[in-house]
Design a protein around this ligand. Sequence first.
Ligand code: MN3
Length: 201
Amino acid sequence: MAHEVPALPYDYAALEAAIDEQTMRVHHDKHHQAYVDNLNAALAGTEWADTPIEELLQSLDSLPEDKRTPVRNNGGGHYNHTLFWQWMSPDGGGDPPAGPLKDAIEQSFGDVASLKAKLNDAGVKRFGSGWSWLVRGADGSLSVESTPNQDSPLMEGRTPILGIDVWEHAYYLRYQNRRPDYLGAWWDVVNWDAVQQRFGS
Ligand code: MN3
C-alpha cells in the first residue's frame, strides 16, 4: 500500500499554546502531504513501493542511485513528521513522568531543564532547515544532535525518541524569525508519554 499521511491525533487548533491553527493546517495538510506524494511517486512501480518507511530509511544505500535522494528527502520528511505529530499533545508540557526515561535524562544531562536547553541550542544553531533530536544509541545512552533537511538519526542506525522541527514552515507565521521563541514555547505541548514509549521500545 502506498504511504499515507496519518490523521492528526488532535484538532488543528489544539496546540494554540505553542503553534497556531493555520501553521498546523499548512504543515500537516500541505507539507507532510507533499513529502508523501513525492515519496509515492518516486517508488511507484518499483519493488520498494510497499517497503515500510523505517526499512527504506535504514537501507538507502541499497536503493538505485536515482531513488536515494528523493527517498532520503521525502521519506525522511514523511517519517519525521509522522513522529512529530505524536510528540505533541494539547495535554502536554511539564516534566517527564517518573520512570526509566526521566532517570536516563537525569543521568545523561543532569536534569530536564538542561536537556531542554541543549535541544533548544541545537535547534537554534541548525543553519537553515532541519531538526533537533534526542536520540537513543544502540547501548541505550541518550544524546542530543541536529540534522539538516529531513535527515533522521534513523539513517545512521540510531533511534530518535524526540524531535523538534526547526524548518521555518514550522513556526514562521506566528514567530517570524524568532526561532528561539518557538523552541521555548514548544515545550508547553511536548508529549512525554510518547517520548517515553519510544525510549522503551
Ligand atoms: Mn516540517
